[in-house]
Design a protein around this ligand. Structure first.
Ligand code: FE2
Ligand code: FE2
Length: 271
């Protein structure tokens, strides 16, 4: 689809390495969070989670050997390999979700959290597939849908934080609830916009929508950062693992980067 000047780093290579760097760590942490939520008799599921931790650690090791100058074919093969890993952890998460919904296991992981981490795995797998098919950035027509994906992720995070804080942390619980409400509203706004496509029609509004999103995501990101620092310093009561707090903070930062990417994409198209 895209033709590149081979003298410069191939943007597909650069982007692939960036996606894998971000999401492999995320996948590894999901496996850890799931394993911490199981009870001790669920040793088989814990062992499977550990295999995913090891798998994504090996991917990270391999990643460290590649650079923006690595041959595109080698990166495509790597993307394929990581794609398989992302699909494998996705199906593990869906399996755990099914066991949970059928009450065949009782864990300390909310069903929505298990579904959420499976959606992130599916997103990662799809990004790798896109890159191997030569799609660097989302097609203009899918920007709203991509945004919808991340807005829902942010809305979920606010809900998880609200429900994992100690109930006596009334002020923070209330703030988390407000964020959850804000992001639910943005999700509905994105659904409304999505049905007003094609893109040529929604574009004047899209820019404003992205600006609104940026403001909300930045403020949620700051809230997560504060929560993370308080949790790390043991200054608030919660069932939130410090790494989980940091994890959701990083995902908000990622979304902000993606909003910037969308905006530059839109302004390039307008030129
Ligand atoms: Fe995540
Ligand atoms: Fe997440």
């Amino acid at each position: 689809m895209l033709n590149h000047n081979m003298a410069n780093p191939n943007p597909i290579v650069t982007r692939s390495l960036d996606e894998i760097r971000f999401w492999s760590r995320i996948m590894k942490e999901h496996a850890l969070f799931l394993s911490l939520g199981f009870t001790h008799e669920q040793s088989q599921l814990i062992a499977e989670a550990q295999q995913f931790i090891d798998l994504f650690e090996r991917i990270e090791e391999k990643l460290s050997k590649y650079s923006v100058n690595t041959d595109i074919r080698q990166i495509q093969a790597f993307n394929n390999e990581v794609y398989q890993a992302a699909v494998a952890i996705w199906s593990y998460k869906r399996k755990v979700l099914g066991l949970t919904l059928r009450c065949e296991i009782r864990t300390n992981n909310y069903a929505l959290l298990i579904d959420h981490v499976s959606r992130e795995a599916a997103y990662f797998a799809n990004r790798l597939k896109d890159l191997n098919e030569g799609r660097l950035a989302p097609e203009p027509d899918t920007i709203i849908q991509e945004n919808l994906f991340f807005l829902r992720i942010m809305a979920d995070h606010a809900k998880f934080i609200g429900h994992l804080l100690d109930p006596s942390e009334r002020k923070l619980v209330e703030q988390a609830r407000e964020f959850s409400h804000d992001f639910d509203q943005l999700v509905f706004q994105a659904i409304d916009l999505d049905s007003m496509r094609p893109q040529s029609q929604t574009e004047p509004i899209l820019d404003q929508f992205l600006d609104q999103n940026r403001v909300s995501v930045a403020s949620l990101r700051d809230f997560k950062k504060t929560a993370r620092d308080l949790i790390e310093a043991c200054r608030i009561k919660s069932n939130i693992h410090p790494l989980l707090a940091d994890h959701t903070f990083r995902e908000a930062e990622r979304f902000l980067e993606i909003i910037d990417l969308f905006e530059s994409h839109l302004s390039n198209n307008n030129r």
